[in-house]
Ligand binder design. Structure first.
Ligand SMILES: C[S@@+](CC[C@H](N)C(=O)[O-])C[C@H]1O[C@@H](n2cnc3c(N)ncnc32)[C@H](O)[C@@H]1O
Length: 243
């Protein structure tokens, strides 16, 4: 039969959600346009600069530019290599929460993981990165692959963080970061392993990372000292790449 007519309040809610989505798309488009314009401007300036040179100057300039590019790339590769093999502390993104997320949240999660990787790479971080629970049934794998995971130099594990770092957990060196911890993280030690929950929750579901950690017998739960050291009014729950 025909579905019952929508309540006024329900209609209002739908309309509001639709407007919000339109606004989001509009803002995204504007961001993309701005970025494109900036890129174009940069190219034009470069072109003007090149045209102001003699042929010999131009050849020298381009060769120097290529050489600098090669050096930069080699330096980045060397740091990535070092961090992969010997980096400390170890930071884990625990991707075992995919079942609680929808496709959009999984896409955001993959983007945040990608940002975490590129930020670590571009800041010459010496931390060693791990992603856990990437077994074949985990739907986040597709989203991560779309973000380029196959070319990332980090440790991927099918097993859960609790299995991969069982020894560290036993020795009290596994630190689970969760906004719902009572104690604050006041120092970062090279020998400790820091676990970040691979969770994107648009409507924050409290306690997810905390509950799993407690169920798994984790004893070192810590929250970031945002109240004391963060900017005033800072949101108590951060995105993965900001942690
Ligand atoms: C968007 S938050 C997810 C919050 C979620 N409600 C939960 O239960 O963890 C993603 C992850 O970033 C880390 N995180 C975010 N804010 C944090 C904070 N204030 N202190 C410690 N860890 C935080 C946690 O590891 C968390 O699992």
């Amino acid at each position: 039969g025909a579905s019952p007519p929508l309540q006024k309040s329900e209609l209002k809610r739908l309309r509001k959600a639709e407007l919000k989505e339109q606004k989001r798309l509009h803002a995204k488009e504007q961001r993309q346009q701005k970025k494109k314009a900036q890129k174009q401007r940069k190219q034009e300036l470069r072109q003007e600069h090149l045209e102001s040179m003699s042929a010999a100057e131009r050849a020298e300039f381009l060769e120097k530019e290529r050489e600098a590019g090669r050096e930069r790339k080699a330096a980045i590769e060397a740091t990535l290599d070092y961090s992969f093999h010997h980096g400390r502390p170890r930071i884990v993104i625990n991707c075992s929460f995919s079942d609680t997320m929808d496709v959009r949240e999984l896409t955001s999660l993959a983007k945040q993981v990608q940002l975490s990787y590129t930020q670590a790479r571009d800041s010459n971080s010496k931390a060693q990165l791990h992603i856990t629970s990437l077994h074949s049934q985990n739907p986040v794998i597709q989203s991560l692959e779309k973000q380029g995971m196959k070319s990332w130099k980090l440790h991927l594990h099918e097993e859960s963080v609790w299995d991969v770092f069982a020894t560290e957990a036993r020795e009290g060196r596994l630190v689970v970061l969760t906004p719902d911890a009572e104690e604050e993280l006041l120092e970062v030690l090279e020998e400790e392993v820091y676990v970040v929950g691979g969770i994107v929750d648009r409507s924050v579901k409290k306690m997810q990372s905390r509950s799993q950690a407690v169920d798994q017998g984790a004893t070192k739960l810590r929250k970031l000292p945002l109240k004391r050291f963060g900017p005033s009014g800072c949101c108590p729950v951060l995105n993965i790449d900001c942690v």
